[in-house]
Design a protein around this ligand. Structure first.
Ligand code: ADP
Ligand code: CIR
Length: 347
């Protein structure tokens, strides 16, 4: 499907995106002529959701100003997704001491691996959908330089996608370390322009600390390891994020927290997940969904967003990221995972 952006888009009857729910014809007409200082417009913000009618959200911001200029669309979407209203203020807690998440599966029967990531973007830069080629290259070099100063367990190397052998790239993707190529939602959002230039991955020797550069957000800072030691994964992430922020100032808003290109990632920009094997519960999806919903958890497939589960293994993570602290994101995921394991044991 193509759309030239000049008139209110058509939505298919089965479209269940937040874009469709919150964009009226009147609102479209009111906002369509506005342009931010980096040249971003409403048609560009919603293009991904218009050409991908199976989008769950369907909008992207091009810069910090997008969240203000198009707030009459973004605010209701943000409230719908995160339960965060225009009078709420985001809060942060990156103190591992306030997290209580002892390994819920010390025998290693259910949890295959734990991963916690945050998205970050650079202050004074447009977000990915509106960034220029030169700005993107500048982000890459600033981030690669900052990461080269990390020491101890976090020390590693930066690997640009541009020079990477295809076999190496595919192996990293299959092993859950690297982002995929050619995501159609990102493509339509303008996030894949000039691909693969400016993109890359940094990781330490053990691949327990990784940074994606210039994918959906300029940085995705990731801590991951085998098994269910959630506290260790969180502690490593916090140590890294604090160190990186001393050299690379991040784009941050007093009300919305860390700013991201997708409104689902505002605030903490944190997704804390486990890959968990639930063969019995997983064969009764309504029952699994019911427990997940009661803990505000999202269920993804084994290769991330828009992928399927395989062999009873699910990716279970916090759904909300804004209006709750980082510790609350992880604590919520932990509490839900404990409930899921208990249910699986009793089946
Ligand atoms: P993101 O989490 O960055 O929003 P995705 O959902 O696409 O993006 O996931 C990115 C990659 O991380 C995928 O390969 C996915 O399988 C992997 N992943 C997510 N959670 C875990 C986990 N707990 N253990 C191992 N890999 C994981
Ligand atoms: C959609 O609307 O389905 C896609 N644009 C992805 C939405 C979820 N956002 C995300 O993973 N950052």
């Amino acid at each position: 499907m193509r759309w030239d952006g000049s008139s209110f888009p058509e939505f298919t009857p089965d479209n269940s995106s937040l874009l469709r729910r919150h964009l009226s014809k009147e609102l479209f007409e009111q906002l369509k002529g506005r342009v931010t200082s980096s040249g971003f417009s409403l048609p560009r913000a919603i293009y991904s959701g218009v050409v991908n009618q199976d989008s769950s959200i369907g909008v992207y911001a091009g810069d910090a100003e997008s969240y203000l200029l198009f707030s009459s669309l973004f605010d209701p979407i943000i409230e719908d997704y995160h339960g965060f209203s225009t009078t709420d203020t985001h809060r942060s807690d990156l103190n591992p001491a306030t997290l209580s998440a002892p390994n819920p599966d010390p025998a290693g029967q259910y949890i295959l691996s734990t991963r916690i990531r945050v998205g970050r973007n650079l202050a004074e830069m447009p977000l990915g959908p509106a960034i220029s080629r030169e700005q993107r290259k500048s982000v890459e070099s600033q981030v690669a330089r900052a990461l080269s100063h990390l020491g101890g367990e976090l020390a590693g190397s930066y690997y640009p996608l541009l020079n990477m052998e295809e076999a190496v790239q595919n192996r990293l993707i299959d092993d859950h370390f690297l982002f995929k190529t050619g995501d159609r939602f990102l493509e339509a959002a303008g996030l894949n322009r000039d691909w693969p230039e400016g993109r890359g991955i940094f990781h330490n020797r053990e691949k327990t600390f990784l940074v994606w550069v210039n994918e959906e957000d300029q940085l995705r800072i990731i801590s991951m390891q085998q098994g269910g030691d959630i506290e260790a994964v969180f502690t490593r992430l916090v140590t890294a994020v604090k160190q990186i922020e001393t050299t690379v100032p991040f784009l941050h808003d007093p009300r919305l927290g860390y700013l991201s290109s997708c409104p689902t990632n505002l605030g903490t920009a944190m997704r804390a997940s486990v890959h968990i094997c639930l063969p019995k519960l997983g064969s009764d999806m309504p029952a699994l969904k019911k427990i997940a919903d009661s803990h505000h958890l999202q269920i993804r497939g084994i290769h991330g967003e828009h992928s399927e589960s395989e062999s009873g293994v699910f990716d279970i993570s916090n759904r909300k990221r804004l209006g709750i602290s980082e510790v609350e994101c992880v604590q919520g995921m932990y509490n839900g995972v404990v409930a899921l394991i208990n249910k699986e044991k009793n089946l």
